[in-house]
Design a protein around this ligand. Structure first.
Ligand code: CP
Length: 314
């Protein structure tokens, strides 16, 4: 069944992914979607900061012929500051918009919003929960290099080792991408973090149930030579109770020019961005660095996601 709200990566199956990525390929190669969403209005409600997600969703709807209403810093500049609940805000914005893109500091906020919304809700990050549209653009980027097809069914497939690095506890892009990649049983995961920032148990349970192979280690160097994808993330300062705790972890797992010499020649380096210091700037010109390409893919994939949500034929 076609998805109505985009809340979690666990809503996607291979067929839906293929549908969205086929649209993304077309978006990338031609301009046939220019006015596909003419007359549609997107509301972007962002209760946490964003550069990429908000602007790429807004750019996407504008490129598709629609328009945007927005409340950036919604905690401060919307009526949430006067005490309005998220539920009431969503019911109100339903009168103004055809789709709501929501970033909120509470895990589960998008699911609550979807319960009160007649128009599609897109989860643009809910606290340390999930970020499904980022996972889609990440997978699209991984596919651009590593996609294969199953021999018998000709289904899309992946046979890679991915190292997820950094703040795996608080990193919502890590959670959503791991869930999405669990659709591909041959993917092997290495989770590299200090113990205090380890991947959540509920994510490991998903992998266990699907009998997907993973290891948890603390040392990045050990993983470099075995990985097809290094997915680096920042330590999420805003999720720590105090600066002292954050400072303990912020410099532990750094990917630098030295690391490049240990990596496979055809591996790729990904990062959802923003980057702080966990990938040094001298890595940026290496052909394996894909993090700015991810941003570009984000536009194609988010345009495709909007076409998918609105277009009856998609
Ligand atoms: N990757 C990502 O979510 O970036 P922003 O926080 O800038 O939206």
């Amino acid at each position: 069944m076609k998805l109505r709200h985009i809340i979690s990566a666990n809503q996607f199956d291979k067929k839906t992914i293929q549908t969205i990525f086929t649209i993304a390929d077309k978006v990338q190669s031609k301009n046939t979607f220019n006015n596909r969403l003419k007359g549609k209005i997107m509301a972007t409600l962002f209760y946490e900061p964003s550069t990429r997600t908000r602007l790429s969703f807004e750019s996407s709807i504008l490129r598709l012929g629609g328009s945007v209403i927005t409340t950036e810093s919604a905690s401060e500049f919307s009526s949430a500051a006067k005490g309005e609940t998220l539920e009431d805000t969503i019911r109100v914005v339903n009168s103004f918009a055809d789709v709501i893109v929501l970033r909120h500091f509470n895990e589960g906020a998008s699911e609550i919003a979807a319960n009160y919304s007649k128009v599609p809700i897109i989860n643009a990050g809910d606290g340390k929960g999930e970020h499904p549209s980022q996972a889609l653009l990440d997978l699209y980027t991984i596919f651009s290099k590593f996609k294969t097809k199953q021999k018998k069914s000709k289904d899309i497939d992946l046979d890679i080792t991915i190292s997820m690095v950094g703040d795996l506890k608080n990193g919502r892009t890590i959670h959503s991408l791991t869930i999405l990649l669990s659709l591909f049983p041959r993917v092997k995961f290495m989770f590299i973090s200090p113990k205090a920032l380890a991947i959540p148990i509920y994510i490991k349970k998903i992998l266990d149930e699907k009998k997907i192979s993973y290891q948890e280690i603390a040392n990045l160097e050990k993983a470099l030579g075995n990985s097809d994808v290094i997915y680096q993330t920042r330590v999420q300062k805003e999720r720590f109770k105090n600066l002292k705790e954050y400072n303990k972890f912020k410099n532990l797992l750094i990917l630098d020019k030295n690391s490049l010499t240990r990596m496979k020649k055809d591996a790729i380096i990904m990062h959802p961005l923003p980057r702080i210091n966990e990938i040094t700037k001298d890595v940026d010109d290496d052909p394996r660095a894909m993090y700015f390409k991810q941003v570009q893919n984000g536009l194609f994939v988010r345009m495709a996601l909007l076409v998918y949500l609105f277009d009856k034929e998609a």
